[in-house]
Design a binder for this molecule. Structure first.
Ligand SMILES: [Zn+2]
Ligand SMILES: [Zn+2]
Length: 159
């Protein structure tokens, strides 16, 4: 059984290498580390570059913060990760979903909690707008900024 798992891992690494090669980039150990972190966490995790750096450090991987920044940027460029504009100048990164449904984000301006939602109504409206303006729609990403439930409750209590 361990052999079989190893084989699967090698072929997925091969595919990954193909993705990199086809875009003219090299799959370095650091880039792979960064991507692997997201793959292990799975869908629905949104991390800043600092958080990625921190988690890698705690896992015993020494990747410089500048390298983490560059790796994230590249992984977005070749379509393996997605970028969420969190606040002005602040970005979070997540695994690119493969199931083809656009999802959107609710972001708490106080504690930073990020929730995902899917809305067919919203995606349909975006498609209508694009059609009317003869715009070829590539992606729809909506970010709602506000206060999450627990932050609201906390501020209600303090008056
Ligand atoms: Zn997301
Ligand atoms: Zn909050």
């Amino acid at each position: 059984m361990p052999q079989q798992r190893n084989r699967v891992d090698q072929s997925s690494q091969g595919r990954l290498r193909d993705v990199f090669n086809s875009t003219g980039h090299r799959l370095t150990a650091q880039r792979e580390c960064v991507l692997q972190l997201f793959q292990e966490l799975g869908d629905g995790h949104h991390l800043t570059a600092e958080e990625v750096h921190d988690r890698l450090r705690k896992a015993g991987q020494s990747v410089a913060l500048a390298t983490v920044y560059r790796s994230l940027k590249l992984l977005v460029e070749i379509g393996l990760l997605e970028e969420v504009e969190w606040r002005e100048g602040m970005r979070r990164y997540e695994l690119r979903h493969n199931h083809g449904v656009e999802h959107h984000h609710l972001i708490c301006m106080r504690c930073g909690v990020t929730e995902e939602f899917v809305s067919e109504v919203l995606n349909g409206a975006a498609a209508d707008v694009a059609r009317h303006r003869r715009f070829k729609l590539v992606e729809v990403r909506l970010t709602l900024h506000g206060l999450c439930r627990s932050c609201r409750e906390r501020s209600d209590q303090s008056g």
